[in-house]
Design a protein around this ligand. Structure first.
Ligand SMILES: Nc1ncnc2c1ncn2[C@@H]1O[C@H](COP(=O)(O)OP(=O)(O)OP(=O)(O)O)[C@@H](O)[C@H]1O
Length: 763
């Protein structure tokens, strides 16, 4: 067991803090120096214009590099250095968010990046296995000031089996867990636990599933793993990129600050709704329809819908050409052409050219027969060259092109899907395997896309193939992002001016960079050299293959969504985190083996997280009863702490519910020092109850994407997925259960969102 000795005596503690302050101040001086250097170089590079294409291209790469550096060096300001290891040899190593080296001397590490192998004992060393560490010290800082420290002396003689043997840095861990929430997730880099570290640093290849109950740190681990992989496999991943998929936009906002604070900006964060470039899927639909669209059978429906667009007319088609010549296209000719083209196995749009050739060939034969017929009854008089010329001319006839467009139209995925859903007869032809009710559910008028449509659009894009129009649309998206990117670089440049280049501009004599180049011109320069970050390029490209894909709340993904994600990750280097007991989506995953079997058979490994850091024991005991309803064999995670505050549970008359809720919300909010209150309500009542709470507490937020920084947030279970609050009120739990076939899982999610207090209000 490690002995947790707060340094004995205030004086000694002050001395120690004073000494650490000197070191930490030195580190901040170095950080300032590095940032000033990067800002100056960025400024210099942006001032250069002209030169050869190659010189410009090189310069753009350098601009991007310095802009990144300025951003990263600014992001690690808070908590730059948080730990120190003293070895058996008495050498001290400081651990922090980035590595800083003594460039003036022997290049010794002054601060070790937490991801470096030599920093690992900070997370793993225990009294039983001290790994050459004599003392582990956690440093607390605020605004560059050292405000406190906790020491653990790793002394094997004091080792004994206790309940908290597996917890490292206990005092710092508990301080982090008991701190008020802010509405934005914080990183856990100072207190990563042993079972989490093993997952964060696992090898890059292969599919790893991280299963863990609520609050076990799955999201935190996924984000730190992204940062670790980018550090350890920088070369490989900086060209292919890392994608992190989360359940909804509110959740992505909640986690958005974690990676930047770890000096990593290159991870693309996306929801399923945003995984088809150019489509923002915000339309709503019933959960049952979304579930239907998530079923694997939709691959067959879409394939049939594409085949249905390869049309064979029932009657011959007469094509009247301008010279009054009439050609007849017989159904048998079209059928033959279609079947031959289908046998090539090419995607629909890419096969169109072949179809044109086949049909035009047949029509050209008709023309040739007519004009080349030998009046004396001999062989046709036209040469092969004459026939080729006829074919060339026919291919350009607008009437023929129009007929071909009808028989084998080039389609975008959006067109295919919109036409299919808008026409019951098309649905009937494409989906004979569905029931009448299911077919009726698919029918809808065009106008926007739902998140469940996105994997279908992706599937359709595969079946159709990318033609020139799709490529042009992609180029346009990239151009738009390039302009955005250039804005970003100039923004960083503006921010960096306060650091070092202010004095140069004194007196207004010297032109600023923005006098020389604006975002449009910078983006033109970028365009020439195709300079965009990997994440940005990947975001614009549906066919991008990522180097690693991380999926959070992965239990919510439907089979169709898995297909989409697997296409984005042909290397199958993936981290999949989730909890099958929390599955809320009707097409979600009740079993990892089932979800993954079609792609990797049983070649995936399972890691489990067993300790809940969020949910105190008193609240977990209440949630455990609900978990047993989901599956009596399931066990909740072990809570790392108890608060001594039991959850309250009150039943009120139906007509008093709103008033009681408002009162309880006000009371709980008033009891928060600086934290957040989450009010989780049934989906069917969120508008009404949200309005009542907002009317009484103007600081409350409610809506499609409620602002989590507000002190009070009213939301549904679906919205609360992955989030947490200091205090949580769960309203009408029975109704939450009744609202969905996965209602118990929803209630389990709702009950496990609190870090401190839980109240339940029933009627
Ligand atoms: N090692 C740690 N040190 C400090 N805080 C931690 C640690 N591990 C987890 N936490 C905190 O516990 C809380 C829960 O973590 P997280 O949201 O990652 O859990 P989860 O497993 O994804 O939960 P859920 O399944 O309920 O969404 C967060 O506030 C996180 O910062």
């Amino acid at each position: 067991m490690s002995t947790h000795s707060d340094v004995s005596g205030d004086l000694r503690q002050d001395d120690e803090i004073g000494r650490e302050q000197e070191y930490v101040s030195m580190l901040y001086d170095r950080l300032d120096g590095l940032r000033e250097q990067a800002a100056r170089r960025l400024d210099e590079e942006l001032r250069h214009t002209g030169g050869t294409q190659q010189a410009r291209s090189q310069r753009d790469a350098t601009v991007a590099m310095y802009a990144d550096q300025v951003e990263q060096l600014s992001a690690v300001e808070a908590g730059l250095c948080f730990g120190r290891l003293d070895g058996d040899d008495d050498a001290a190593r400081y651990i922090g968010r980035i590595g800083i080296f003594d460039t003036a001397g022997d290049y010794d590490p002054l601060l070790m990046d937490w991801r470096a192998p030599a920093a690992r004992p900070f997370y793993l060393a225990t009294a039983a296995n001290p790994q050459g560490v004599r003392r582990r010290r956690h440093l607390r800082t605020r605004d560059r000031k050292v405000t406190g420290l906790n020491d653990e002396v790793l002394d094997i003689t004091a080792a004994s089996p206790t309940a908290h043997e597996e917890v490292t840095g206990e005092a710092s861990l508990l301080a982090a867990l008991n701190a008020g929430r802010t509405g934005r997730m914080r990183d856990i880099v100072e207190t990563i636990q042993v079972e989490q570290d093993r997952i964060i640093r696992a090898d890059l290849p292969g599919v790893m599933v991280v299963q863990g109950g609520p609050g076990t740190g799955k999201t935190a681990v996924a984000l730190h793993r992204a940062a670790y992989l980018l550090y350890t496999h920088r070369q490989q991943l900086s060209t292919r990129g890392v994608l992190l998929v989360g359940p909804n936009a509110t959740f992505l906002r909640y986690i958005s600050q974690v990676l930047p604070a770890l000096a990593e900006t290159g991870v693309l964060l996306r929801t399923q709704a945003d995984l088809f470039p150019g489509v923002h899927a915000r339309r709503a639909e019933p959960a049952t329809t979304a579930a239907l669209k998530g079923r694997a059978v939709l691959t067959e429906v879409l394939a049939a819908a594409v085949r249905d667009r390869q049309w064979v007319p029932a009657e011959p088609i007469e094509i009247e050409l301008p010279q009054r010549e009439v050609l007849t296209l017989h159904p048998a000719t079209v059928r033959e052409a279609r079947d031959r083209v289908r046998r090539t196995g090419r995607p629909h749009n890419l096969a169109r050219a072949q179809f044109d050739i086949e049909v035009v060939h047949a029509l050209a034969d008709q023309v040739a027969e007519r004009i080349g017929a030998d009046p004396l009854g001999g062989d046709n008089l036209l040469s092969e060259a004459d026939r080729a010329e006829i074919r060339r001319e026919l291919r350009e006839e607008p009437e023929i092109v129009a007929a071909l467009d009808e028989l084998w139209p080039v389609l975008t995925p959006q067109r295919l899907l919109a036409d299919l859903f808008a026409a019951p007869e098309r649905i009937a032809t494409a989906a004979p395997m569905l029931t009448d009710d299911e077919r009726a559910a698919l029918h809808r008028e065009p106008g926007g896309w739902t998140p469940a449509d996105v994997p279908l659009l992706d599937e359709a894009a595969e079946l159709l193939g990318e033609d020139e129009r799709a490529a042009a649309a992609r180029r346009e998206r990239i151009r738009a992002m390039e302009r955005e990117y250039a804005e970003g670089v100039l923004e960083i440049w503006r921010g960096s001016r306060s650091i070092d280049v202010e004095d140069e501009a004194d007196g207004g004599e010297i032109l600023g960079v923005t006098d020389l180049i604006d975002a449009a011109r910078l983006s033109e320069r970028q365009e020439e050299s195709d300079r965009l970050t990997t994440a940005q390029r990947a975001a614009a490209d549906r066919t991008w293959a990522f180097g690693h894909v991380i999926v959070d709340e992965a239990q919510e993904l439907s089979p169709m969504a898995w297909r989409l994600l697997m296409r984005r990750c042909p290397s199958r280097s993936m981290t999949i985190v989730g909890d099958v007991a929390q599955t809320g989506a009707l097409a979600g995953t009740p079993s990892w083996a089932e979800a993954l079997a079609p792609y990797v058979a049983d070649r995936w490994r399972l890691e489990e997280l067993t300790v809940s850091y969020r949910t105190p024991a008193e609240i977990m005991a209440v949630a455990a009863d609900v978990l047993a309803e989901i599956d009596p064999a399931l066990r909740p995670p072990r809570s790392v702490r108890a608060t001594g505050v039991p959850p309250w549970d009150r039943t009120v008359p139906a007509d008093r519910l709103v008033a009681e809720l408002v009162e309880a919300s006000a009371r709980e909010a008033a009891g928060l020092a600086d934290g957040r209150l989450g009010v989780i309500v049934p989906t069917g009542r969120v508008a009404e109850l949200g309005a009542a709470v907002v009317a009484a507490l103007p600081e409350a937020a409610v809506g499609e994407q409620p602002e989590l920084a507000n002190r009070v947030v009213v939301l549904t279970t679906e919205q609360a997925k992955g989030l947490e609050f200091d205090s949580v009120l769960v309203v009408e739990p029975e109704r939450i259960v009744a609202e969905s076939p996965r209602g118990h899982s929803d209630l389990y999610v709702a009950l496990t969102r609190a870090t401190q207090r839980l109240g339940i209000l029933r009627r």
